[in-house]
Design a protein around this ligand. Structure first.
Ligand code: ZN
Length: 196
């Protein structure tokens, strides 16, 4: 089932989500639906608040970003760590962030048409459960870490635009307000909090 994606401006995107307990929700079906919704919107990550759920779960599949978009080094995957990087993170907890912060241009399915450079630490250590409730602890770096950091923020009620410098924030204010009202082009179904 494809959920509509919640657009910027909805208070659910600002809520800190709650942990889920085994048996409380059908975690496998939720994860499946989230993947379907994410693929339908050509995203590489999707967090529960973006589909209106206030629980600690997000899904990622970075494989579309494994290959470089320009043709120059054809055949050579630009980001080999992203091949097969498809995962569900249930009740995740980032326990360590390290390395020099680096800039990467981020976008968000809840904020279509807007991309901006965000600085984040290069490496993370994260503890999480899979959909069989098994606990994992793993280290991620590069773009894999980046995708996780972005999605993890959603569970904390944070969005990538929060990190932008004041001037840039000022410049995108009108655009964000338009998105919240439904004045936006997205080729997937969305739900708008301030739509008249
Ligand atoms: Zn996002």
């Amino acid at each position: 089932m494809i959920y509509p994606i919640i657009a910027y401006g909805d208070p659910i995107l600002r809520k800190v989500t709650r942990p889920v307990a085994e048996g409380e929700v059908d975690i496998k079906t939720i994860a499946e639906n989230m993947f379907e919704t994410m693929y339908n919107a050509s995203g590489v990550g999707l967090a529960a608040p973006q589909v209106g759920l206030d629980i600690r779960i997000f899904v990622v599949d970075g494989s579309p970003m494994a290959d470089d978009e320009d043709e120059e080094n054809e055949g050579e995957p630009e980001n080999p760590e992203l091949i097969g990087f498809k995962k569900v993170f249930v009740n995740p907890q980032i326990i360590e962030e390290s390395g020099d912060p680096w800039a990467f241009e981020e976008g968000c399915l809840s904020i279509p048409g807007l991309r901006a450079d965000v600085f984040r630490p290069a490496e993370i250590k994260i503890r999480y459960q899979d959909t069989d409730w098994k606990v994992h602890e793993e280290v991620f770096a590069g773009i894999a870490a980046r995708i996780i950091q972005h999605e993890y923020d959603h569970l904390e009620g944070k969005l990538f635009v929060d990190y932008l410098p004041a001037l840039k924030k000022q410049m995108i204010r009108k655009k964000l307000s338009n998105i919240s009202k439904g004045i936006v082009d997205a080729d997937y179904r969305m739900r708008f909090y301030n739509k008249k």
